[in-house]
Design a protein around this ligand. Structure first.
Ligand SMILES: Nc1ncnc2c1ncn2[C@@H]1O[C@H](COP(=O)(O)OP(=O)(O)OP(=O)(O)O)[C@@H](O)[C@H]1O
Ligand SMILES: [Mg+2]
Length: 227
């Protein structure tokens, strides 16, 4: 049995495409077979790179249905489907097909407003803080933004994924043959965390939640805030 993960949401630019590649790459790094299913019909499907995951064409509804049914017959594969902004109906169809639904959002009031609406519309989905600041002071401010979410939605919010500027290399054509260490570290941690969420669900968000791939400095700063 394969696993289908959708990274969707109504807001544009939250990091859906980048996170889809990061997750597939991270899964590849930990020895899993992953296909990144691209659904943006305005973009060409890039040629396969030498990084340890493959691309799938899901740019039409028929292509998406075909790739999901093929994946369902493949033992042990992970299909990570990259959504598109403002596609409520496509998001609903992907939500129905998925084992795990992630809704990335950045640390802004506008992103928070849209993701809260998506969470209400898609009751099995999780919110995923994305492109999260790693500067300790910005990080603390971003945590305060999470605290402003309604409590029942905070419980459906996962640990943040840090901003890593070199993650854009994953979307480069052709892809580089290897990636810088910070990208490897965050992608591997993101994949391991996602497997944990698939197996056990989300831990309720604590404001002490440290980001995926967080440095010791940041962890000690957050711990100091708690005491
Ligand atoms: N973890 C990250 N660290 C740093 N930059 C990021 C990260 N994730 C995304 N970005 C940057 O944010 C911008 C938007 O990312 P991306 O294209 O992945 O968003 P999207 O949600 O797929 O957008 P759209 O809604 O247009 O499809 C890009 O410039 C990308 O490089
Ligand atoms: Mg995109």
């Amino acid at each position: 049995m394969s696993t289908i993960i959708c990274i969707i949401g109504a807001k544009g630019g939250t990091g859906k495409t980048t996170l889809s590649h990061m997750l597939c790459y991270g899964l590849g790094l930990i020895g899993k077979r992953a296909v990144c299913v691209m659904t943006d019909d305005c973009r060409e499907l890039p040629p396969h790179g030498s990084l340890p995951y493959v691309f799938g064409d899901g740019r039409s509804a028929q292509a998406r249905a075909r790739i999901i049914s093929t994946l369902r017959e493949r033992e042990g594969w992970f299909g990570v489907i990259d959504g598109g902004a403002n596609r409520i109906e496509t998001d609903s169809a992907l939500y129905q097909a998925a084992d795990l639904v992630l809704l990335p959002f950045r640390d802004s009031q506008e992103d928070l407003r849209v993701v809260c609406r998506d969470l209400q519309r898609l009751p099995r989905a999780f919110a995923l803080p994305a492109q999260w600041p790693s500067n300790p002071w910005q990080y603390k401010a971003a945590l305060r933004l999470l605290e402003s979410m309604p409590a029942e939605l905070q419980h459906r919010t996962l640990a943040p994924v840090f901003a890593v500027s070199s993650s854009k290399l994953l979307l480069q054509t052709p892809q580089p043959v290897s990636m810088p260490t910070p990208v490897n570290k965050v992608c591997r941690a993101f994949a391991q965390y996602t497997l944990q969420v698939l197996a056990h669900g989300a831990e309720p968000l604590r404001t002490s939640h440290t980001a995926i791939g967080a440095s010791r400095r940041l962890e000690s700063l957050v711990a100091a805030r708690e005491t």
